[in-house]
Structures are given as C-alpha cells and as structure tokens.
Design a protein around this ligand. Structure first.
Ligand code: GDP
Length: 298
C-alpha cells in the first residue's frame, strides 16, 4: 500500500519532472530562467508568484554567486518553502464548545468526501461531531450525508426542504443541548439559477452568529487542486464573501498542478489546513510546506 506521501509525489510528478529536468546539466543563463518561467506558469503558479520567484531567484544567484544548476535548484526550493510556509497552519480543536465550522466549495471539489474525512479526524481526536446538511437543494447530497452519518455514528441534521440557514441554526442548538464538540455545516456548491450562492452562504454565516456569538469559528473552502488558476478565483470570491479561515486542497494525488499553492500564497494567503491525496481517511493530511516542496522538487 502506497503511503500518502508517495501519492502526493505521484500526483505532483508531472509538475515535478518539468521543474526538475530543466536544471539537469543546464547553464545558468536566460534560457534557464525562461524555461523555469514557462514551467512555473504551466504548473499554474500564476504570473505574480512566478515573477516573484524568478526575481528572488536571480537575486539569490547573484548574491550567493551560484554557479551550478543544482545550486540554483536548491535555491528555488528554499524560496518555495519560504513562500508556502505562511500557508501552513494547523486546525486547532477544542477552543470552543461547540466548535462551529462552515464548509463551502463548488460541486465536485470534494466537499462531501472531505467532510467525511474531517469528521473521522475529529473523532480520532475524541471530538463528537454533528453534521448539518446545508445543501438543501440537492436531495442526493442530503441523502449521501445521511447514509455516511449512519455508517459512522455521526448525527446528521437535515430538513426535507427549506432554509439552509435554519438547518445550520438547528445543528448548533442541538450541539449545545447535547454537548457535542464540533458542528460541521455542509453547504451548497451550486444553486438553482436565480438564487445567488454567495448571498445564500453569507446568510448561513450571519445566522450562525445568531445561534452562537462567536460562530462560525472556522469557514473552510474545499478546492480541487486540478482546477488550476480557477482555484485562485474561487479562493478570492469565497474569501471576499465569507472571510475564510482555511482551505482544503483536494485531489493532489491526481494530475495535480501543484503550482496553485504558490499562486494562493502570493495573492490570497488563506491558510491550507489540509491537503487531500486520495479517498481514504489517511489521505487527508495537514499541509506541510517542506514536505510539499520536497515532493515537488526532488
Ligand atoms: P462535492 O461535490 O464537492 O461534495 O464532491 P465529492 O466529495 O462528491 O467528490 C467528488 C469526487 O472527487 C468523488 O469521486 C471523490 O471520491 C473524489 N475525491 C474527493 N477528494 C479526493 C482526493 O483527495 N483525491 C482523489 N483522487 N479523489 C478525490
């Protein structure tokens, strides 16, 4: 059985090989920098982060009088770790009773899977969990969550129809009454046309504040690591609307374009609590900049 780290490495292999091979036997000249620029852009690091990294790298090469391509690669590695380290932040449990978490993400990003893995993560840390099926628009989403809850001994609060904010409110009330440690609120990833998703989500956020003064304590966005630059647009839009506290980046075991983390770090540095590298519980791992860059540039 492959470890999660090897799945991450496999996922980043494409990005990794184009970044690594360009250094092999290379001379340190404009060609090398051009190739690196192209590789970073292809990996979806985005223009800002790419130019930032290139500038910083050129400066470093000059200041440290680097002469070998391998040294330049090592310098790039250090710069990437420095860029990504601010994104590394653990999700801290037990600060609030209950801890109220709202979980957003567009359909298909891996939100339901992530909620399942997170709930198990909480249980392993001796936290009881209640889930709120806040996607009241998709019956399938509600049913999926209910089945999952039953299988894992997690209470799921759902309503046949109606207002997602009311479901969220109920879940917090229930958690207070039963002294449940964590409330996780699933939300819709897309709405039937006329309604505006962000308005809907903002309302849930407001109502949570009415259910408990300090809530929500965490507002997470789940994004698919393969959506490239669009992931960045999602982070910006959801952060503007909801003041995100953290991200979960899924599917980094797939044909991932790992560069998107650099783009996020440079333009909208919302902490990355976890990365997803598969469908199993152990495939949700805390983000670690050093590990990630080691997988990217080895
Ligand atoms: P939602 O629509 O956002 O709730 O997305 P789902 O949780 O239903 O996930 C969509 C698909 O992505 C499913 O087939 C999941 O099994 C898959 N998925 C979710 N997270 C990961 C991951 O980290 N790695 C891989 N390979 N697949 C994932």
């Amino acid at each position: 059985k492959k470890s999660w780290l090897s799945r991450l490495k496999a996922g980043l292999a494409k990005t990794s090989s184009s970044l690594t091979t360009l250094f092999v036997g290379a001379r340190i000249d404009d060609d090398l920098y051009d190739e690196l620029e192209a590789a970073l852009l292809t990996a979806d690091a985005g223009v800002e982060a790419t130019l930032f990294l290139l500038d910083a790298l050129k400066k470093k090469v000059k200041e440290e009088k680097l002469t070998e391509a391998e040294q330049v690669k090592a310098a790039l590695k250090t710069l990437l770790i420095d860029l990504l380290t601010p994104l590394q932040k653990p999700l801290i449990l037990g600060k609030h009773q209950p801890m109220v978490m709202m979980i957003a993400g567009v359909n298909g990003a891996g939100k339901t899977t992530t909620i399942g893995k997170l709930a198990k993560h909480m249980q392993m840390h001796h936290q009881s969990v209640v889930l709120a099926a806040g996607d009241t628009f998709r019956a399938a989403a509600r049913e999926q969550l209910a089945i999952w809850g039953e299988r894992n001994g997690v209470t799921v609060i759902a309503q046949e129809s109606g207002d997602p904010a009311a479901v969220a409110f109920d879940a917090v009330a229930s958690a207070k009454a039963r002294q449940t440690n964590v409330v996780m609120i699933d939300t819709a990833g897309r709405l039937p046309t006329q309604l505006h998703l962000m308005e809907e989500l903002k309302k849930i956020r407001r109502v949570l504040g009415k259910a408990m003064d300090t809530a929500p304590h965490e507002v997470l966005l789940v994004i698919d690591g393969n959506t490239g630059q669009n992931a960045l647009a999602q982070v910006k839009a959801f952060d503007d609307a909801l003041q995100l506290t953290g991200l979960v980046i899924t599917k980094l075991d797939g044909t991932a374009k790992g560069g998107v983390l650099a783009a996020i770090a440079k333009t909208r540095p919302v902490p990355v609590y976890f990365i997803g590298v598969g469908e199993q519980i152990e495939d949700l791992q805390p983000f670690n900049a050093q590990e990630f860059v080691d997988a990217l540039l080895n």
